[in-house]
Design a protein around this ligand. Structure first.
Ligand SMILES: [Fe+2]
Length: 504
């Protein structure tokens, strides 16, 4: 992006912050179009239009550190030499990264492509750096990006779930995410609709979050900061590759840690694939070692330990080994100030939609013992926040298994009864030390809203729900500091719907 565009955007951001109440959703694209119009005589980056199927995007990779990131991009099915170079400032010399790894994604139903993956190392922790890509020795792409924060540095993340539907609201929330200037982005599941297909990413995801310039139809978020994702039901619950051979694209396009339970098909965390020999072979070749392990993982960013879980109902969270993995993961995060767990299906939810899918409540006692501060979910297309709470699962409480599907053989979750204790003294302003875990649903990131009529019907909310906003799309902005964590829920216009602070 040119300095001119950056300057205009900074001015717009300031304008948006001071005039939020007057800025309508419809006005945003027009304002942005004016903000990003290049000055006369501006030099365009010499791009080769056919070089990319998907332009570069940043990932946390398998072993995140404050000086490393991974850069991925997709190319047509052709042979070309690619290299990546980085430098800390525009006046410094370029340093060439190691040769990118290449994986060919060639599954039925879509045009074959290569996914290239370069490890960026030696980055300036928490600082800005520049990178460029060379194709056959010619520079074809450059961008400025932010390296991960170190433990002593503060940072901002944004979270928005249930997104890739191609709606105007998805694009508006993406623009708000960009204007919020995050260091890190998390999508708590339902990355693309309806079936997690390669073709759905191409249509409804990359153009919105990996656009060339910020506008009302897309933003260059993913090339600037790393985004990590949580697998939702629309991403990986469908395991029928004979019906959807370009499904399970989650395992092709994300580069995230592989430090969770290994899992085997047909076991407690990985359902069986339905795939003929060809579809299975092509899928496994494209997924590599990401399948099936990349569904549960953890990593440290800044002073926070992040734990990502697969909450799809096929996972048996009554399994003691799985529970032990979560407990051990949290207990081993001794260096972290904050512990945030994120998964798609919330255990504590007031929305009439999916009220019965309570299986993740089984982990509440483990979160409490592991000193989890915050749980982020999606699945419900609205915003919900609980009081700080603890939960005792009913004795012998594995809950009641819910079955669904056409023939009644598909697990849909569990109804889990128990007793909760709510901390109603916590107000997030003057009383900021919660007794228990705060559960947030942030699933209003783009897909149509759920249960709008409950917005003004608090009698319909569960007793543990403190705040429930279902009449407008929104996203979560969190500022994480050494001893405090401040969460805001905002609309596309930046209007604050909810806010609270937790202190240590
Ligand atoms: Fe969902």
């Amino acid at each position: 992006m040119s300095p001119f565009v950056r300057g205009r955007l900074a001015a717009l951001s300031l304008c948006a912050a001071t005039a939020q109440a007057h800025l309508s959703l419809r006005a945003l694209p027009l304002l942005l179009a004016a903000a990003v119009a290049p000055p006369l005589g501006a030099q365009a980056e010499p791009l080769a239009p056919s070089a990319f199927v998907v332009k570069p995007y940043l990932q946390i990779g398998r072993n995140l550190s404050p000086t490393t990131l991974h850069l991925l991009w997709h190319t047509p099915d052709e042979s070309a030499d690619w290299a990546v170079e980085t430098r800390p400032t525009s006046s410094a010399a370029w340093t060439r990264a190691g040769a990118p790894q290449r994986t060919r994604v060639a599954v039925a139903g879509v045009t074959p492509r290569w996914v290239l993956n370069a490890a960026l190392t030696g980055l300036p922790a928490g600082g800005e750096f520049e990178y460029r890509l060379l194709r056959n020795d010619h520079p074809v792409f450059s961008a400025k990006a932010l390296a991960p924060k170190a433990a002593e540095q503060t940072y901002r993340f944004v979270a928005f779930g249930d997104v890739g539907a191609g709606t105007a609201e998805q694009k508006a929330m993406a623009l708000r995410a960009w204007l919020s200037k995050p260091d890190l982005v998390v999508v708590p599941g339902d990355i693309v609709y309806e079936y997690g297909l390669v073709s759905e990413y191409d249509k409804n995801f990359w153009p919105t979050y990996n656009a060339d310039e910020p506008s009302g139809s897309g933003v260059p978020l993913m090339r600037r900061v790393p985004m990590f994702t949580v697998p939702g039901n629309h991403d990986i619950d469908n395991r029928d590759l004979d019906r959807f051979p370009d499904g399970l694209a989650y395992y092709f396009f994300w580069d995230q840690p592989l430090n969770g339970p290994t899992g085997t098909e047909g076991g407690p965390i990985v359902p069986k694939l339905t795939a003929n020999e060809t579809n299975r072979r092509q899928f496994l070749a494209a997924a590599g070692d990401a399948y099936p392990r990349m569904a549960n993982y953890s990593f440290d960013y800044g002073n926070t330990h992040w734990t990502v879980l697969d909450s799809n109902p096929y996972v048996d969270w009554t399994n003691k080994e799985l529970q032990a993995w979560v407990a051990h993961d949290l207990a081993s995060a001794t260096q972290a100030t904050w512990r945030i767990v994120t998964f798609h299906h919330p255990g504590f939810n007031s929305s009439n939609e999916h009220l019965e899918q309570q299986h993740m409540r089984l982990l509440a006692p483990i979160f409490e013992a592991g000193k989890v501060d915050l749980v982020l979910s999606g699945h419900l297309h609205n915003y919900q926040r609980t009081f700080p709470m603890t939960f005792k699962v009913q004795k012998n409480g594995a809950g009641t298994l819910l079955m669904g599907g056409k023939d009644g053989t598909r697990v849909r979750g569990r109804v889990v009864n128990g007793r909760w204790t709510l901390d109603k003294n916590f107000d997030g302003e003057t009383q900021t030390k919660p007794q228990g875990v705060i559960y947030v649903v942030t699933g209003a990131g783009g897909k149509e809203l759920y249960d709008v009529d409950q917005n003004d019907a608090p009698d319909s909310w569960q007793p543990f729900t403190k705040t429930f906003v279902s009449n407008v799309h929104s996203l979560t902005i969190v500022d994480v500091k050494a001893q405090s964590l401040h969460l805001q829920q905002v609309t596309a216009e930046g209007r604050e719907l909810d806010a609270f602070t937790i202190t240590k």
